[in-house]
Unconditional design. Structure first.
Length: 258
């Protein structure tokens, strides 16, 4: 195993309920997933280490398979890291597995793809139990039309119109490997897999799919939006609480200990 000086790099798979956090990335004076994880690492190892995530989920977004890494001089086993970190983490954040990797492994740049699921409660009445994890849409959605739109979204395209802002992005071209909509009883799931995503790309995609599913927009408008390449044109942005980072994929399987 390649090491960086006397440091080891530890990779974690993390699940969290993002309801009470201002996203993954650290923000001064605000609760974030990164801050909680770095605090737990400090309590376990006595070290102040920066945690890097494969995907910087936004405020209110959940994760089932976030992948994060940090460097440490600790000789603790991956299994011990799982137990020890979970002891100090709050109940809405949990480490599901851990492993050691070579120093040049980068959880963000080495990721082959990210998978997101967006959950929509499509029923005439709201659900108090589902309200934190699914977006409530009362009128019936046309799943067939939504899937026809997904076929247009799949592939390599310039998704500038699906970003809220571009910032310093060098390219807005992304590869969407899979996009589909399924419905099981009252729960509609939008599943999207891509090499990476632009800011709010998934939530803007879902917002547009909902418009299409409600008959408020058509496939020709979708084509025009994609061709326009104007940030913010797609949408409206679907609420954060329906979105979950399900999985991050790598060329080689991470040998996780639990």
């Amino acid at each position: 195993m390649k090491l960086f000086g006397s440091f080891n790099k530890i990779v974690l798979v993390v699940e969290y309920d993002g309801s009470h956090y201002h996203g993954f990335q650290w923000q001064a004076g605000l609760p974030t997933i990164q801050a909680e994880m770095e605090g737990a690492i400090r309590k376990v190892t006595g070290e102040r280490r920066r945690v890097m995530a494969a995907s910087r989920t936004d405020s209110g977004v959940h994760a089932k398979g976030q992948v994060a890494s940090f460097q440490s001089e600790s000789a603790l086993s991956p299994q011990t890291f799982v137990r020890a970190l979970n002891h100090y983490l709050p109940e809405d954040i949990a480490v599901k597995g851990a492993c050691r990797v070579c120093a040049d492994f980068n959880v963000r740049h080495d990721a082959a793809s990210r998978e997101y699921d967006y959950f929509i409660l499509n029923t005439p009445t709201r659900s108090p139990l589902a309200r934190g994890f699914a977006y409530f849409v009362a009128n019936e959605l046309n799943i067939e039309v939504m899937n026809a739109a997904c076929q247009l979204i799949e592939g390599q395209h310039d998704f500038a119109s699906f970003a809220t802002s571009l910032g310093k992005l060098r390219s807005t071209v992304r590869d969407v490997y899979e996009a589909k909509v399924t419905k099981e009883q009252d729960l509609v799931t939008v599943h999207v897999v891509a090499n990476s995503f632009l800011p709010h790309q998934v939530r803007n995609t879902v917002g547009l799919l909902i418009r299409l599913g409600l008959g408020k927009s058509g496939l020709e408008e979708l084509r025009q939006i994609m061709e326009a390449k104007m940030p913010g044109l797609a949408g409206p942005t679907a609420p954060a609480h329906g979105l979950c980072l399900t999985r991050v994929n790598y060329a080689g399987n991470l040998e996780l200990a639990v």
